[in-house]
Structure formats: C-alpha cells, structure tokens
Write a protein that binds this ligand. Structure first.
Ligand code: SAM
Length: 185
C-alpha cells in the first residue's frame, strides 16, 4: 500500500515533539511510521503504533537521559584528565539505561571475568549498544578495538575510545613540557 509522505512527515513531527522521543534518530521514526501507516491505513493508528514500537525498543530501557548534560559532564571530566572523574561521569550516564544500570555494582570485575573465559576481543561491534560504549574504560581493550560507527554520536566522543588507564600511563611516561621550554622536534 502506498503511503502519503505528508502523513509520514506528520507522524515524525508529532513523535519527535514528545520529550521522551526527541533524541531518537528521525530516520528510524520515519521508517517505523511508513511501515505502520502502510499496515494500518489510518493516521491515528499509525501514530499510536509508532510510539508503541519506539517504547518497546527505546524508552523502555532509557530513563529520560539528558544527553546534553551527560555530554557536558563527560567533556569536563575528560578535560581534567582524571581517570576517577571520567569513571564517575560514565557511571552517572550508565545509570540512566536499565541494561547498564544493572551492571554498575559489578562493573569493576565484569569484563575482566568475561575476557578471562572468552579471551579479550581484538575488535568490538556492539549493535543496539544503548549507553554501553560508556563502559569502555572498564573493558581495557587494545587501542582502536572499539570504534563508534557514528562519529557524531553525542555520547561517544573520540576520546572515549581510549581506555582511561592507557591515557594516564601515557601522561606519566611523557611529562608535560615546562612553560617557556622549546618544543622538541
Ligand atoms: C536490551 S538493551 C541492551 C543495551 C546494551 N547492549 C547493553 O547491554 O547495555 C537493547 C538496546 O537496543 C537499542 N535498540 C533497539 N533497536 C535498535 C535499533 N534499531 N537501532 C539502534 N538501537 C536499537 C535499544 O534502544 C536498547 O538501548
């Protein structure tokens, strides 16, 4: 059944206007809306089903994440260069998603225990990752093992790809230049 692009646009607009769906990728909403409109034939039913589907795959897991605030806190923590500040900021954000929140109490040992049995991965592809990229500091993966697919993702700034301990070790090995010192070639 052909669907009206105008009605699909209307559904996308109505869904993204709701606070709890505003961080969802518009293309995802559009894909679901077009499918539901084709299946239901009615605007009202398609809107309801689109919201219901998004609830099942997204809002059921996330506890009203304020992405801008989380990003600001993470950026500030990374700017300090302090591993404990970064871990605290990551923990705060991880607590906003039900899957990662339930692992917080065991996070310190969780990945080490899995790698001990399965071996540490050389590369990691996490589809439907939720907020789990923020657990990277606890995974102790080799550099470059985890790459965000969408580099513009607000919660996966490039610095997050590096385990914090590695950054700390690099800083210790290479002390900052004294003010006024000539830069080394
Ligand atoms: C059970 S949670 C697991 C999250 C994460 N893998 C973890 O273990 O912490 C499933 C996640 O998949 C996400 N998801 C579902 N459908 C998706 C899709 N089409 N694209 C991207 N993410 C999706 C949901 O938003 C949710 O965060």
């Amino acid at each position: 059944m052909d669907v009206s692009p105008v009605e699909v646009d209307e559904i996308v607009r109505a869904v993204l206007a709701a606070r709890k769906y505003r961080a969802v990728c518009p293309d995802t909403v559009r894909r679901i809306a077009a499918r539901e409109l084709a299946a239901r034939g009615s605007f009202k039913a398609a809107l309801k089903e689109t919201k219901s589907h998004l609830h099942q795959v997204y809002t059921a897991f996330e506890r009203q994440v304020d992405y801008e605030a989380a990003h600001r806190r993470l950026a500030t923590a990374y700017a300090t260069g302090s591993a404990s500040a970064v871990e605290a900021a990551c923990r705060a954000a991880l607590g906003r998603h039900s899957s990662t929140a339930e692992r917080l109490p065991i996070l310190d040992d969780f990945y080490a225990a899995i790698w001990a049995v399965a071996g540490a991965p050389h590369s990691l592809l996490d589809l439907g990752c939720g907020l789990n990229p923020l657990a990277l500091p606890w995974m102790r993966l080799p550099p470059g093992a985890a790459k965000p697919i969408e580099s513009g993702d607000v919660l996966t700034p490039p610095k997050m790809q590096k385990p914090v301990q590695e950054e700390e070790a690099a800083k210790r090995a290479k002390p900052a230049a004294k003010p006024g010192a000539k830069p080394k070639p």
